[in-house]
Design a protein around this ligand. Structure first.
Ligand SMILES: Nc1ncnc2c1ncn2[C@@H]1O[C@H](COP(=O)(O)OP(=O)(O)OP(=O)(O)O)[C@@H](O)[C@H]1O
Ligand SMILES: [Mg+2]
Length: 347
């Protein structure tokens, strides 16, 4: 078990700064998720923690110890990569056992570890198979199992589920959560998938273009986003954002310095066009339906209003069709306010 501290970490490749003054504290036993769009610096950050890449500036501490000069093999970490590398000539068992043999773990202990881990990731029946006879997802699980048997004090994972189909992904997601609960090891997990981040992380670190946009629990990011980027990255469909000036009625209520307003698609109610709403509690807008997606339990709408286009996610039985006019209402307390540079203004 170990905590991780990053102090003023910068990484530059060919004069381009890809990680910018990153400060981060990951507690002992935490499940931290680095999340952000492609190219934002997630893998680079993880590789610096692993010791596979040296920071251009700044310090990395693992368990209170400065590790900038500690080689990867001495950091007591295990890493599962986006592009897993397993040995094609060895069986599944051989792949998982390899590192254990290197570390001279006794045979009985090795067998027990392999048995336990393979039960968890569902590889038991494939132990004697060669990787070439496995599906991509099964190979990914070999890579996971191989990292797990090391029992590291820090577990680094770079999109380990990205090659799995949707169903297996969901299953492996809960299994990783369970695994974390069982091991209490510090996990640092990289994904560009906000649903994965929300469901797995005890803490999520939202990054964009090498900059940390927010660092908090998933629900905190959802309910108290620090800026428009975090607000729109977490939640699907993304939060609707408008210029405050585009909707006159909001101006009176917006706080000082507010240039943009936002509200989440799932907080919007749709009504028949002439429905009365309580103007003290709600804001409302007239809109028309552009498209609707009926997903079974819920429906996602795109609407056009005078403020611009917006999305609505509804569980209601009222399901207007494309072309129909609607009236939408949003509780005033569900509206977020932002300054011109995208910072959230708390009211
Ligand atoms: N070895 C390298 N040499 C030069 N540039 C690099 C190198 N590794 C990464 N980069 C650049 O650094 C930036 C961040 O890359 P990184 O791999 O950390 O992104 P990421 O957030 O993991 O993206 P993805 O979700 O696509 O995996 C990118 O612009 C990338 O092109
Ligand atoms: Mg990456």
């Amino acid at each position: 078990m170990a905590n991780i501290v990053l102090k003023n970490i910068c990484k530059t490749y060919d004069k381009k700064q890809v990680v910018k003054n990153l400060n981060l504290e990951i507690g002992d036993g935490e499940f931290a998720v680095l999340v952000g769009p492609s190219g934002c610096g997630k893998s680079t950050t993880l590789r610096m923690i692993a010791g596979l890449e040296a920071p251009t500036e700044g310090e990395i501490y693992i368990d209170g110890k400065l590790v900038n000069d500690v080689p990867a093999g001495m950091r007591d970490i295990a890493m599962v990569f986006q592009n897993y590398a397993i040995y094609p000539t060895m069986t599944v068992r051989g792949n998982i056992e390899f590192g254990l043999k290197n570390r001279k773990v006794p045979k009985a202990e090795r067998d027990q570890l392999i048995h336990d881990v393979c039960e968890i990731v569902g590889l038991t029946e494939y132990l004697n198979r060669k990787p070439s006879t496995l599906s991509g997802g099964q190979r990914q699980r070999v890579a996971l199992a191989r990292a797990m048997v090391k029992k590291p004090s820090v577990f680094l994972m770079d999109e380990p589920l990205s090659n799995l189909d949707a169903k297996l992904r969901t299953q492996m997601r809960s299994e990783l959560i369970e695994l974390h609960q069982r091991l209490h090891t510090t996990f640092v997990y990289v994904t560009h998938d906000q649903v994965e981040a929300m469901s797995m992380g005890s803490k999520i670190i939202v990054m964009n273009e090498g900059v940390k946009m927010q660092d908090a629990t998933p629900l905190e990011v959802y309910h108290q986003p620090r800026n428009i980027f975090a607000a729109q990255f977490i939640g699907t469909p993304p939060m609707n954002i408008f210029d405050v000036a585009s909707v006159g009625t909001w101006e009176g209520c917006a706080p000082e310095g507010c240039q943009k307003v936002g509200f989440r698609p799932e907080k919007i109610r749709m009504h028949e066009p002439d429905t009365a709403t309580d103007d003290n509690e709600f804001f409302h807008l007239e809109a028309s339906v552009v498209t609707r997606e009926l997903l079974g339990a819920e429906a996602v709408y795109s609407l056009q209003s005078k403020a611009g286009s917006l999305q609505v996610k509804t569980h209601d039985s009222y399901l207007p069709e494309p072309g129909e006019p609607v009236r939408i209402s949003i509780r005033k307390k569900d509206i977020f306010f932002f300054s011109e540079d995208g910072k959230r203004i708390e009211k």
